[in-house]
Design a protein around this ligand. Structure first.
Ligand SMILES: Nc1ncnc2c1ncn2[C@@H]1O[C@H](COP(=O)(O)OP(=O)(O)OP(=O)(O)O)[C@@H](O)[C@H]1O
Ligand SMILES: [Mg+2]
Length: 348
């Protein structure tokens, strides 16, 4: 089959993701030989601006820790094309790989970085608007332990002004499962909303699901209404009870209490989790649950198949991805393709 080459420079190799705004492929920069990620979206139609906007947000964020570098942006045929750094697996991929729950240590290592990423994005006058496990990816190589933030497809500019809490007739943005209560209420979002979504993500990483998943409802609107009701009825403390230490409940209650346009105290939130990290006796050694699992798998493989006895053997295959449950909260999840590789971070 003939290769697809964009602008005589980027070869499209295989599909690695699919979302609301288009397709994501793994590719190769033929000038440098480096692997890249290529995001495509239709240049016409309702969503035609979203990749252009996303590219502009990446430009504003360029140089930040945990922000992928844009290598090229342009159009080809009827597509907008965004080429950026190829990253490793998402938190959703890694949750699958680790048996659908993470340890407290791993969650705290994620929380610390995620708060800093969100703070950085906010410092540049941007709200992410779709904080979810699929939009946090681990880096590769030397950055294998760094948490990256991607997908600025529904991001918006925000500087605290115009943060009126008057309801607006618009639809919920982002993902219902992780949406903030303000977003459910169709109020304009503010800095605290990204952090509230992160609170639900952390809870999800500890439980493997959220309490409002699997709700039965006659329609999507009704389902969303019930999810909102569940979120509104339970305090952060109630949501985290028996699942995570009380600091997580404190985090959620704090971010939910912030009025629109009120800047969150990111340092306070990081300190809350860092203190917990220390009292638990954890080490900042960049060792996540998946690092250990991968290390043990490689060790077992080496015992059974020592490299010296198997010269020129094929590269070891990554573990097969477990099939995920169907979305149960009315949110379209990115379709998984069989060809999509699991890019596990290297063992450090
Ligand atoms: N730079 C990258 N490196 C590796 N994988 C990537 C990269 N960018 C995106 N992906 C994969 O593709 C998926 C979809 O990408 P992205 O979130 O940018 O698209 P989207 O169309 O906005 O998706 P959605 O609407 O589902 O949020 C990601 O969850 C991730 O698995
Ligand atoms: Mg996404």
């Amino acid at each position: 089959m003939q290769d697809t080459i964009i602008r005589e420079r980027f070869r499209v190799d295989r599909r690695i993701g699919e979302g609301g705004s288009g397709m994501v492929y793994q590719g190769t920069d033929l000038e440098t030989g480096e692997e890249v990620a290529i995001k495509l979206s239709f240049a016409r139609g309702a969503a035609h601006r979203s990749l252009v906007d996303e590219k502009n947000f990446y430009d504003t964020l360029a140089g930040g820790v945990g922000i992928p570098r844009v290598r090229w942006f342009g159009s080809q045929d009827e597509f907008h094309v965004l080429v950026h750094d190829l990253l490793g697996p998402s938190l959703e991929d890694l949750l699958d790989y680790c048996g659908r729950t993470f340890s407290l240590k791993t969650i705290l290592l994620i929380a610390d970085q995620a708060i800093s990423r969100i703070e950085y994005v906010h410092s540049k006058g941007i709200l992410h608007g779709d904080i979810k496990p699929d939009n946090f990816l681990m880096g590769v190589g030397k950055q294998g332990h760094t948490l990256y933030m991607i997908d600025f497809g529904v991001a918006s500019e925000f500087d605290g002004v115009g943060s009126a809490s008057t309801p607006e007739a618009r639809s919920l943005t982002g993902t219902v499962r992780y949406a903030s209560i303000r977003n459910h209420n169709r109020h304009q979002q503010s800095w605290a909303d990204d952090l509230e979504c992160l609170g639900y993500v952390l809870l999800y990483l500890a439980r493997g699901s959220l309490p409002w998943q699997g709700l039965d409802a006659p329609s999507q609107d009704e389902k969303e209404r019930r999810i909102k009701e569940m979120k509104t009825r339970s305090t952060g403390e109630m949501l985290c009870e028996g699942v995570l230490p009380r600091e997580f409940g404190t985090y959620l209650d704090y971010v939910r209490s912030l009025p629109a346009g009120h800047k969150p105290d990111y340092t306070y939130l990081r300190k809350l989790f860092r203190r917990l990290f220390r009292t638990q006796g954890f080490q900042y050694d960049k060792v996540y649950d998946w690092t250990l699992k991968r290390f043990n798998e490689l060790r077992v493989a080496e015992i059974h198949d020592p490299p010296s006895l198997a010269p020129g053997k094929q590269k070891r295959q990554a573990p097969k991805r477990k099939r995920r449950e169907e979305p149960d909260d009315g949110e379209a999840e990115p379709a998984r393709t069989d060809s999509r590789p699991i890019r596990l971070p290297p063992v450090v």
